[in-house]
Design a protein around this ligand. Structure first.
Ligand code: AMP
Ligand code: MG
Length: 428
């Protein structure tokens, strides 16, 4: 028995011919490790990249106490115990234009949101309740010492972690890094992912499809899914169902990429020569996942990793049917590729419960990923299917905004029953 197979068979429920979706995903995630290598990039080029090092805040954020309101800054000691308080307006503190002197008893300053709180000021009263006239302002009772002031370091303290290594950089992270005055970050190198389609019947767009041939769509969905994840993509084209071509293509791809994604050629009947070729080049397991669509899946390595875990490439052999290929990509390849790219932790996409407006026939024993449409019905969000669910019907993916995820043990769904959905916008 080879090493991956040995490792996986330690799980009691490891059944390669009827593998549960969650276990399959877990086995893959337990096996892959982030690739090494990184670079420094300017913040503008860091969107979608993965932080390679924890960022410690070099400063307090905010850097100084500042006003949370437009209003009047004062000393709480000057507030009347009950009744109105009237104070002299000694000056103005604007954001970026501080009031430089110390506030004296009986004085206040006009202060704007974000302005540095002047020395002596410990309380801000919002302007909506103040009455100003002739250089003085009158404030109502009921003010609390310390109110409406944002404290220095309230968001982040100097020297404490602002963002952890492994964080995928989204717009909020870019802004947070910028708020620290940092303009360049250490990120992981971009993951290199090669992909190709297999099948004698598959032709690339640009060539005319003859009788019995179909245009290759999987390379375009794969291009899109991989590019969305921020990876460097290597499109290898269509490979004929021929052992020699498959072998040379895989060998070559493994020298250029961290991961290889294939589609087609892993279903029963087709798998035989694929299995032989892959067995020669590394260790690839052929699973039947207890799911629909997307039953056949190959996972393993082509070539040998070096001490760093680099060298060779991880292989994900997706089914050929266009919807099955996409579903299998999202459920198995996506989390694994994010892990390889250094994302830590790889977040599980949320499953939400909504009422289903139609009956669904479903046999227990396998998970199903139906293409669904979440829609608004008055105050509630509900879900329906996109219609026919054939694993070759790409329009069902194009029309969907979610997967309806029916678990392995679930049976038929009745009208109005709650079902789990995975929102596509969270994963595409
Ligand atoms: P396979 O997994 O190779 O048995 O393919 C299953 C089905 O998916 C067959 O009907 C293939 O024609 C179709 N198929 C395989 N690869 C592609 C592709 N790249 N684009 C569109 N359809 C495909
Ligand atoms: Mg095929």
């Amino acid at each position: 028995m080879t090493s991956l197979a040995r490792q996986f068979s330690r799980h009691d429920s490891y059944t390669p011919d009827a593998l549960g979706v969650d276990l399959g995903r877990q086995l893959i995630l337990d096996t892959v490790r982030p690739v090494s290598g990184g670079e420094h990039v300017a913040l503008h080029n860091a969107l979608g990249r993965v932080l390679a090092e924890t960022i410690l805040s070099p400063i307090d954020v905010p850097a100084h106490d500042n006003s949370a309101m437009d209003g009047y800054g004062l000393r709480a000691d000057d507030l009347a115990a009950d009744g109105d308080t009237t104070l002299d307006i000694a000056g103005t503190a604007l954001a970026g234009q501080p009031f430089e002197s110390r506030l004296q008893p009986g004085q206040c300053v006009r202060i704007m949101t974000g302005a540095r709180v002047p020395a002596g000021v410990d309380t801000v009263v919002m302007q909506e309740v103040a009455r100003a006239a002739a250089g003085r302002v009158t404030l109502p009772p009921g003010q609390r010492k310390g109110q409406n002031i944002r404290r220095a370091g309230e968001d982040l303290r100097a020297g404490t972690p602002a963002l952890p290594a492994g964080r995928l950089l989204r717009p909020a992270e870019l802004g947070l890094i910028a708020s620290l005055g940092i303009g360049e970050v250490a990120v992981r190198r971009r993951l290199r992912v090669a992909f190709f389609s297999t099948g004698d019947e598959i032709v690339s767009i640009g060539s005319a499809a003859r009788e019995g041939q179909i245009y290759d769509s999987n390379r375009y969905t794969l291009f899109g899914m991989l590019t969305r994840l921020g990876f460097e993509v290597i499109d290898i084209g269509v490979v004929r169902d021929d052992p020699h071509t498959l072998e040379t293509t895989l060998r070559d791809a493994a020298t250029r990429a961290d991961a290889i994604i294939t589609s087609g050629g892993v279903s029963v009947g087709e798998a035989d020569f694929t299995r032989e070729v892959m067995a020669r080049l590394g260790e690839v397991l052929f699973w039947k996942i207890a799911m629909k669509p997307g039953r056949p899946l190959a996972f393993g390595r082509i070539g040998q990793p070096d001490a760093e875990g680099d060298g060779g490439a991880w292989l994900f052999g997706l089914p050929g049917n266009p919807v099955a290929a996409m579903v299998a990509f999202y459920q198995f390849a996506r989390p694994a590729l994010l892990c390889l790219a250094g994302v830590d932790p790889v977040a599980e996409p949320p499953l939400l419960q909504v009422s289903c407006t139609q009956a669904i026939r479903k046999a227990p024993g396998r998970s199903e990923f139906l293409r669904g449409v979440l829609f608004r019905d008055g105050a509630d969000w509900k879900v329906r299917t996109t219609g026919p669910q054939g694993s070759g019907l790409l329009s069902s993916m194009a029309d969907a905004n979610c997967f309806i995820v029916l678990g392995q043990t679930q049976g038929n769904v009745a009208v109005g029953e709650l079902v789990q959905v995975q929102v596509l916008d969270g994963i595409v």
